[in-house]
Design a protein around this ligand. Structure first.
Ligand code: CDP
Length: 226
């Protein structure tokens, strides 16, 4: 496996993009970047500073004050996001952040800042990045692009269990509603909407085990690396 490639994984909210991206990165010894964590961290900053996320100009004025960094966590064997030096990797997963993040992600100035950071990270190759616009905007020439999807019931169930396991007090209906709202906003926005084209492999994992999903994706990787 001499030549490194970039792998872009896009798709709907909570359909297992992160799980697959993490496993691929581990197997290939690549870097995994959760681009959604960056949008969530910007949202958390705005909320902490009482900025109205619907006020684009106010949001834009804050961007120079936001510094993001992924740092390796020794305990958890993964990269965690730090916002202005503070580890916010757990806090950004809360529903209160999820309820605002898609409004923030609509704003072009926010996207421009984060896409520039993502492209810098990917310039060296050997990156697996998941998000909504990775194969269309961030790395349009990525060697492998995967579009993941699953039924909305399956996705809501998975995310609800994940949040309960993380000790969060949430209701199933709120979780499901948030996924639907985000999918609508992410697919309909003007700047870099969630979409796919012929260059993607589509992976519907509603009825696949994590192992089956991993094997399928690895078979696409092998075709490129052989
Ligand atoms: O983990 P989950 O699928 O629920 O979402 P995420 O990847 O953490 O992304 C959170 C939100 O950030 C999405 O709903 C999008 O609004 C935004 N996002 C985006 O616009 N572009 C990306 N490349 C990644 C995330």
């Amino acid at each position: 496996m001499g030549n490194k490639i970039n792998i872009a994984i896009d798709g709907y909210s909570s359909c297992g993009k992160g799980t697959l991206a993490k496993e691929l990165a581990k197997k290939l010894n690549y870097v995994f970047i959760d681009s959604g964590a960056m949008y969530r961290a910007v949202t958390l900053f705005l909320m902490n500073h009482n900025i109205d996320v619907l006020n684009e100009e106010a949001v834009e004025n804050q961007l120079a004050l936001i510094s993001l960094e992924f740092k390796q966590s020794v305990i958890k064997d993964r990269y965690e996001i730090h916002l202005n030096g503070e580890n916010v990797d757990a806090e950004i997963r809360e529903l209160r952040v999820a309820s605002k993040v898609s409004e923030v992600a609509k704003i072009s100035a926010v996207r421009k800042k984060l896409v520039e950071m993502q492209q810098l990270i990917g310039a060296q190759k050997g990156v697996v990045m998941d998000g909504r616009d990775i194969g269309t905007v961030v790395f349009p020439t990525a060697e492998l692009k995967i579009f993941m999807t699953a039924s909305s019931e399956v996705r809501a169930e998975r995310r609800y269990k994940e949040m309960i396991a993380a000790g969060k007090e949430v209701s199933f209906d709120d979780v499901r509603q948030n996924l639907m709202d985000r999918d609508n906003l992410d697919s309909s926005r003007d700047d870099s909407p969630l979409t796919l084209n012929d260059s993607y492999h589509v992976l519907d994992n509603s009825n696949l085990t994590p192992q089956e999903q991993f094997d399928l994706a690895m078979s696409w990787v092998q075709e490129l690396l052989d």
